[in-house]
Design a protein. Sequence first.
Lengths: 114, 111
Amino acid sequence: EAGVTQFPSHSVIEKGQTVTLRCDPISGHDNLYWYRRVMGKEIKFLLHFVKESKQDESGMPNNRFLAERTGGTYSTLKVQPAELEDSGVYFCASSQLDTTGEQYFGPGTRLTVT
Amino acid sequence: DAKTTQPTSMDCAEGRAANLPCNHSTISGNEYVYWYRQIHSQGPQYIIHGLKNNETNEMASLIITEDRKSSTLILPHATLRDTAVYYCIVRGNTNAGKSTFGDGTTLTVKP
C-alpha cells in the first residue's frame, strides 16, 4: 500500500511568488492534516480536513495560506504571496476516520523563500 | 492537549534497550499517549500509543504509570537506525487529530 506522498519534495521561490504544495493521502483515509516546521522551531499543526471539509484551521498562520481538498482526495496548500518566514518543511499526514488517531506522515516538502 | 516534558537528549549502546521517559502530569482521562519519531529529515513515523494499559508492538513497548502522569517508550534492542528524535504526544482520541509536537528527545545509538 502506498504511503502519504507529497509534491514537490523541494521548492525554491522568491519572496512574493506563489507556491502550491500537494499531498496525496493514503487511499481511503478521510482525515488529512497539514503541519509545518519552520527553521529551529517545533512541528506545528496547520489544519485538518475530514473528507473535503475543513474541520480545524486554527493553525493557519494568516490569509496568505489557502488549503483545499476538492473531492476529498488529494489536498493542496497554496502560499500567496510567499514571505521569507514561510520557509520550512511542510508535512502532510492522513488517518482513517474510525481509528484511534494514528497518523501517517508524508516525507514533507522543503520550501525555501529567498 | 496536555503538555509533555521530555529530556533533550539520550545516548544508548547498540543492542541495549533504550528507555525514553515522558512526563504528562496534566493528562486528562480521555487523552491517549502517542509516540512518534523523526529520522533525520523524514516525516514523523508513528511508533505506538496507549491509554492506560501497557502496550507492545513490533517496534516498541509503552509503559504508562498507574496515575498516567508519565510514560516510558522502550526500544528493546536499539540499532544504529533507531537514532532519531522521539516525540511524546498527548491528545484526545477524537477525529480532531491535532498533534502538538514538542522538542522531543534526540536519541543517539552508539556502536
